[in-house]
Design a protein around this ligand. Structure first.
Ligand SMILES: [Zn+2]
Length: 173
């Protein structure tokens, strides 16, 4: 992954507003960066003050300030119930339990998003690492990071903070 991203920088193919496609080393899967979905998604925009009021201090820290919850402490890390995971910031549906797997990394992990365009993926070079950050396409809330070392057939591992999510159980009739 590192080499692939370095190549993108060197080749100057990546800018924060352009669509960049990073080839997965595992398969033909591609990570699309900064998907041009803003125009068709009903964007939620609030002032920092408003977010502070609407979110819990922990949610604000992770979603708006790109914080990370401590590993193995999140509410949904080990959850194995059927249902849907929504963005805790805006309520957009992001993941389903069908795509959740136990990765032992300490955060809820998914191998696929619920539908294309629901999240945006952007290069994150903080903490002396180059990673792909995952943000909610609707409210730009920080969710976590995505890696291409997933154990399932998609090859992807969306490593997401529980605090950024709100789980709703399926209604089983
Ligand atoms: Zn959101």
């Amino acid at each position: 992954m590192f080499l692939i991203i370095v190549c993108f920088y060197q080749c100057n193919h990546y800018t924060s507003h352009n669509v960049a496609i990073i080839q997965s080393k595992h398969s033909q899967n591609k990570i699309k960066t900064d998907l041009p979905m803003d125009s068709i998604i009903n964007k939620i925009e609030k002032t920092d003050e408003q977010w502070k009021k609407d979110l819990s201090p922990e949610q604000y820290k992770v979603l708006r300030k790109k914080g990370t919850e401590r590993p193995f402490t999140g509410e949904y890390n080990l959850l194995d119930a059927q249902g849907t995971y929504y963005c805790a910031g805006c309520g957009a549906a992001l993941f389903t339990s069908e795509n959740k797997f136990l990765s032992n990394c300490g955060w809820p992990s998914f191998d696929k998003i619920i539908a294309e365009g629901t999240v945006k993926e952007v290069i994150d070079s903080s903490h002396n690492m180059i990673r792909v950050e995952v943000v909610c396409a609707r409210c730009d809330g920080h969710l976590g990071h995505v890696f291409d070392d997933g154990p399932t057939e998609t090859g992807m591992r969306y490593c997401i903070n529980s605090v950024s999510l709100k789980f709703e159980k399926d209604n089983i009739k």
